[in-house]
Design a binder for this molecule. Structure first.
Ligand code: NAD
Ligand code: MG
Length: 291
């Protein structure tokens, strides 16, 4: 038994500005992705997973958990995140399964399609797709968001999942699972996340429409909605520095979540045990907000 109040660091945190997309290894404190704690029990033995944004944060926690549950895992990330990706791959391979790193920018439709084709070839199929990569940059006013910035966020958070899922669906057999990372921002947007928050409303929405569309193929589609989680996305401009210092304080638990605290949700949604769950959003908000 562990008390959720003091299981992990609480604010105040140090100011720590990193350039986008940031690295987990340079955060203070370093996030917990389950490296030391996650124990598998063969729940995903023989499964084949592709996780975008699998180098750090929530995607890394899912990658480590999937590997320890027996799945082969491919992660995608940006080339400048190689150092984080190397750590994840070593954890995946230490679990005795395939761990493959495919860097590349998801804003390219061609890259997204190649990523899926390569994943299918390397793994001999695909049955878990975690659409998790995203861009979040806090901006005080809509008047300060350039067209280029707006396009960057929309391409990463809305177009890329479309391109990837569209390419993956023909390969997904009955029993496969698509999981998208959405956000508390989908339903409770912050003033400084005008662009990002609307992409998460789109994510929550497509989880519902796709789940209806793909049910007849035996493919389930669900979403995970994190609250404030201690990851590089936040430390590299996702929140203003003055908010990072108090990060997570507004939740009922009074602290940010750690990526490791979401891993079991991703496992449950991928596992065939969860076969009656589709079109649902599972949240880990630390209390105080609706899913
Ligand atoms: P993170 O920075 O660890 O992960 C985001 C990843 O997205 C990066 O590691 C990067 O590899 C990937 N990415 C971004 N742009 C990309 C591009 N153009 N091409 C390829 N990869 C790209 O942060 P995280 O918080 O773990 O984010 C994971 C998901 O969780 C995101 O969808 C985010 O919106 C969501 N989320 C996070 C929080 C939070 O507080 N951290 C809250 C709600 C939702
Ligand atoms: Mg990263």
């Amino acid at each position: 038994m562990k008390n959720p109040l003091d299981k992990y660091p609480r604010p105040p945190f140090k100011t720590q500005k990193q350039e986008w997309p940031g690295l987990a290894k340079d955060m203070q404190p370093i996030p917990d992705h389950g490296e030391e704690s996650y124990k598998g029990s063969g729940r995903l033995k023989g499964r084949k997973a592709l996780i975008t944004g699998g180098d750090s944060g929530i995607g890394r926690a899912a990658a480590i958990a999937y590997a320890r549950e027996g799945a082969d895992v491919i992660i995608n990330y940006l080339p400048e995140e190689q150092a984080d990706a190397d750590e994840v791959i070593s954890h995946i391979q230490a679990a005795g399964v395939k761990g493959i790193a495919i860097p590349g920018d998801l804003r390219s439709a061609d890259f997204c399609r190649d990523l899926v084709e390569t994943a299918v070839k390397e793994l001999g199929g695909l049955d878990i797709l975690v659409s998790n990569a995203a861009r979040q940059q806090a901006t005080k006013s809509i008047t300060e968001i350039s067209d280029e910035d707006f396009d960057w966020t929309i391409k990463t958070n809305i177009y890329a999942p479309f391109w990837i899922i569209k390419a993956a669906v023909p390969h997904l057999k009955e029993g496969s699972s698509i999981i998208a990372t959405t956000s508390v921002q989908a339903t409770t947007p912050s003033a400084e996340l005008y662009d990002y928050a609307q992409t998460k409303a789109a994510t929550t929405n497509f989880v519902r429409s796709l789940s209806l569309q793909l049910a007849e193929k035996g493919i389930r589609v669900n979403g995970v909605s994190p609250g404030p989680i201690w990851t590089p996305l936040q430390a590299s401009g996702g929140v203003p520095q003055e908010m990072l210092v108090a990060f997570g304080k507004q939740t009922a638990l009074g602290r940010p979540g750690q990526p490791a605290e979401l891993a079991s949700i991703f496992v449950q949604l991928a596992d065939n045990d969860g076969s009656y769950t589709t079109g649902s959003i599972f949240s880990a908000h630390g209390g105080g907000e609706l899913p």
